[in-house]
Design a protein around this ligand. Structure first.
Ligand code: HEM
Length: 381
């Protein structure tokens, strides 16, 4: 934030509020940039597609970054800012070397291309929002309309991230509360957790669940013992490896995971653990879908045999309402939908669109205005 005082930020905020046409809640300016920079959306999409072709993990990284951005001061590109003299920025708040870090370079690449054609027109916040949407669609997930017109914020503090972002061991009540602080419902929380159907986590984040918990052999008692052994094999003590948040489905066609129907693009890039799907909920539930049996101890809401990789994922099964929502998203209660191939991921995809539209339009009315940054990593001087 350099030498900008709070009063000047407030003043800038008022100006931006008037000239940027940005109000709270945000206006649905879906076609914004059509005149100002008609190439922008195409550049975002083609860069995202190329990045995913090169590294399929780029999609998950963009999605995760977008969520982090929106949870702190609204979707204002604050996650993209580097640390300043005022202290560590939001991006420094998580685990070092998180897999999402590859997304910063993708945003820089898009920004550079867009700035070359339309200087100071398209905000970093809009670029990140559009890129996440395009990535999810590219990986076979649903699509939604992205309202444009976000402004880039001036403030990014790591301690705000620590306050607002739920941790990987958060219990159910904490998860609900943290989402409620953002105006998101319990259902939004469960639905958006389905983002963990793709992407990876560092072993260090889950190590205590594997080696230092109260169950047999130090394994967290909520974790499925067989799955825990698989995770231990991938994550020896002290390992810096990455593991899938939702492990690949090897039950179909031997060991080769099959892209399921309804996916439009890039079959080649749809590899295991990188396809948005309701399989996350099947894993988390610990329920055997084919036989329709609950894992034994789910009867008492004592979570056992969940294959949620994070403790927070498993904790979705720790309350009656959470469990019901997991079952709903897994499609267990939708008898008629389960057999229809083109509805394979319903109601999850339908619900995800609604929750992502809410997440991607979060705005913090108390934040002091915004600007269109030239460089997504620092505020304009
Ligand atoms: C419910 C609370 C949540 C918790 C506790 C949580 C926690 C985590 C953690 C610890 C990771 C590992 C990577 C890292 O440390 O950065 C991760 C990855 C990820 N999260 Fe979440 N998350 C939550 C909700 C969400 C939401 C709402 C979204 C998106 C809407 C999301 C999307 C992702 C994605 C896509 C990844 C994989 C990133 C990659 O592979 O690069 N998460 N999450």
């Amino acid at each position: 934030m350099k030498s900008v005082s709070f009063v000047s930020l407030l003043f800038l905020g008022l100006i931006a509020g008037v000239h940027g046409g940005y109000s709270y809640p945000p206006m649905p300016l879906v076609k914004f940039y059509t005149k100002e920079c008609p190439e922008a959306r195409g550049i975002v999409q083609s860069t995202v597609v190329a990045a995913i072709k090169k590294n399929v993990g780029s999609g998950a990284a963009l999605w995760n970054l977008h969520y982090h951005d929106c949870f702190v001061r609204g979707c204002d590109g604050s996650i993209l800012l580097d640390s300043s003299n005022y202290g560590p920025a939001e991006k420094e708040s998580g685990v070092p070397d998180s897999p999402k870090e590859i997304a910063y370079d993708i945003i820089d690449e898009i920004k550079y291309a867009v700035e070359t054609i339309c200087p100071r027109t398209v905000s970093c916040a809009d670029i990140l929002t559009l890129a996440a949407r395009d990535a999810i669609a590219e990986l076979g997930g649903p699509e939604w309309k992205v309202c444009s017109g976000r402004l880039d914020g001036f403030i990014s503090y790591a301690n705000e991230s620590k306050f607002y972002m739920p941790g990987p061991s958060a219990d159910y009540q904490t998860l609900v509360q943290k989402f409620a602080l953002k105006g998101l419902t319990e259902m939004d929380m469960v639905v958006l957790s389905g983002a963990h159907s793709i992407g990876k986590v560092k072993c260090s984040v889950i190590e205590s669940s594997l080696y230092n918990s109260s169950g047999p052999c130090g394994v967290d008692p909520t974790l499925d013992p067989t799955y825990a052994m698989e995770l231990k094999a991938q994550c020896p003590i002290g390992s810096s490896n990455l593991v899938f948040l939702t492990p690949p489905d090897t039950s179909v066609n031997g060991s080769s995971p099959v892209p399921y129907p309804g996916h439009r693009r890039l079959l080649a890039t749809r590899s295991a653990g990188n396809v948005p799907s309701k399989r996350y909920y099947v894993q988390v539930s610990g329920k055997n879908r084919k036989k329709g049996k609950d894992a034994k101890s789910n009867q008492n809401l004592k979570v056992r045999n969940s294959k949620g990789t994070l403790r927070s994922d498993r904790n979705l099964m720790s309350t009656k309402s959470g469990k019901a929502l997991v079952y709903r998203e897994a499609g267990f209660s939708e008898k008629d939908l389960a057999s229809a191939a083109d509805k394979e991921n319903q109601p999850f995809f339908h619900d995800l669109v609604k929750s992502m539209e809410k997440l991607s339009t979060l705005k913090d009315p108390s934040s002091p205005g915004g600007e269109v940054r030239c460089n997504c990593r620092s505020i304009n001087l």
